[in-house]
Design a protein around this ligand. Sequence first.
Ligand code: E4P
Length: 217
Amino acid sequence: MKFFVDTANLEEIKEAYSLGVLDGVTTNPSLMAKVGVKGNDAVMKHYKSICEIVDGDVSAEVIATDFAGMVREGEALAEIDPKIVVKIPMIKDGIKAIRYFSDNGIKTNCTLVFSAGQALLAAKAGATYVSPFIGRLDDIGFEGVDLIAQIVMIYQTYNYPTQVLAASIRHTSHLIRCAELGADVATCPLKVITDLLNHPLTDKGLEQFLADAKKMQ
Ligand code: E4P
């Protein structure tokens, strides 16, 4: 399973990368706004800086919602670095844009996916990644991880090469369920990745080993 960190914060990306387990980065306009990046030039420079930190795919989202605008923005984003994956919302023109980029060798991530039907459309349009948002489904009373299971089954049945990128992951149980269900990628905040380290028996065991090690000195 690949781990992507879901942030536009360069320090967090560097920290995640330093762990040696990071495979990529996802961003969205809310995450970019959160780090205070303003203006087209600054946005493009920021994506470039992210690409310089990681060895892997970096999702950069278009703002346009019409086909021509998405193509224009996506082509400009793809020019920044070969690591850029153009992130496109699951809307009608988005599907057309994904088909266009797929036919032109540009990687895409179809975002804001909340149903198996949407995931099927994204795969048929040739998306590189599909991003089902499981935490946001939980927020409205659905079992978000059930959608991951559905999409994985459909993609396996038809051998679609689109990778299932489980998004909106809020805690380690989400991530582990996604791993069990066969999601190709999990994107999550840095804290979810570092929380995987924690177990009280690890802390207790280490304390004991260190105490016993002192006896040997
Ligand atoms: C994925 O690409 C999105 O950026 C992200 O996972 C959304 O997560 P949220 O629901 O916690 O905002």
